[in-house]
Ligand binder design. Sequence first.
Ligand code: 5AD
Ligand code: SF4
Length: 453
Amino acid sequence: MPSVLIKTYGCQMNERDTEQVASMFLAGGYELTDDEAAADIILINTCSVREKAELKALGKMGLLCSRPTAKPHVVYGFMGCMSQSRAHSLFRDIARLDVVTGTHQYHRVYELCNRLLRSRLGMNITEPIARGAHICSVQGEEGFQNKIKDHLPNPAGCSAFISIMQGCDMHCSYCIVPSTRGEECSRPAADILAEARELVSGGVKEITLLGQIVNRYGKDEPLVGGRSAFVRLLEALCEIDGLERLRFTSPHPIGFREDLVRAYTYLPKLCSHIHFPMQSGSDRILQLMRRPYKHEKYERLCAAMREARPDLAITTDIIVGFPGETDEDFRLTVEAVERIQFDNAFVFQYSPRRDTPAAVMDAQICLRVKEERNHALLEVVNRIATARNHALVGTVQSILVEGPSKNNPLRLQGRTSQNKPVMIPTGSASIGSIVPVHITECTGFTLYGDVQA
Ligand code: 5AD
Ligand code: SF4
């Protein structure tokens, strides 16, 4: 049986895309492997949002392609965001690379690689491919977002991701996504609902909807009863019997309306967690970032959501060291973090991305200052995260048990509605169940507890 190894660098959307590609290989009679020496096809799905992930992926592929191997037929390919933006230049960088496919081509990866492998192995195929032929397919395709939606059979099988839209029309000045993922494009609600029903009938309890700006889902559709297409989609998904938890990521202040705030009051399946990127607490920097709203709006939305759902956990993304960011701008960000009291935050040092306006702005910030700000902000974030977790010690939280803990085989891991990881003793609950857990201890990131009788 031929085997395929797929490595993923990047966000949940990349993980989801990898899952889809992997399921097509499984359906085609391949097995998945982690063994680099055994694989017949090696694929790397790459993120390009920050430079680090790209360099890691390039370095890894370079190493793989230059190792001596007993299998000269191995097919090497890049897929995803970095392929989309670097395209043909990747073949120049890595001589042995065979396949580069873009973000609108995930559904073709299996077919391209399979044809190439079979032709190299001298197997009978209708259209053989010459040795060394490069296949580069980064063009957009009509309706691509609906071409594949298979999920990998997940052994725990209790939570799954559904991609509801692709692309982004916002053009933040630092962000490469609009050029890698293209224009916003929403999937039909009927298809999303059918996919969700299928997942739930297979045992899935929790679904996370994915999109660059999920709340702009179906933005051209008219409001119905004051509710946007996105809120109506949430309502319809909550009607599915057997679905216990619904999440979405990530929303944006633009298009975040009162109806979505209200949804937290009448949709109990909607989890008490939102990952809501703030990026900066300074209006001047938000403007340079081309984010068309004032920070005050962001805080107003956080307060309104907490009023609608008092136990709501809010996490965020923040960029430090954006070009032109002064000490005063940074101070405004730190103060905003103190006021909002995030449950956690990803802090990113600004990383210049090719063909984005911010990369050529004056007043780029030096690495030392970026690092100092990163470090200082993380201290604040961690202090607040720890305090917020401490406040949960002594409470009872419902957790969805997902499987064994990666770090300690004597524990099972689950997550609260607030999306906090919780460790419980092995054997105290079955995988896939939702159980009440008495929280006894915590760190800044993890909770520990015992299942209540
Ligand atoms: N530099 C640093 N961080 C970035 N992000 C996006 N582009 C960049 C960049 N050029 C961050 C944003 C976004 C998250 C996914 O990645 O905070 O929300
Ligand atoms: Fe990038 Fe901004 Fe779109 Fe998010 S909203 S994907 S940061 S352009």
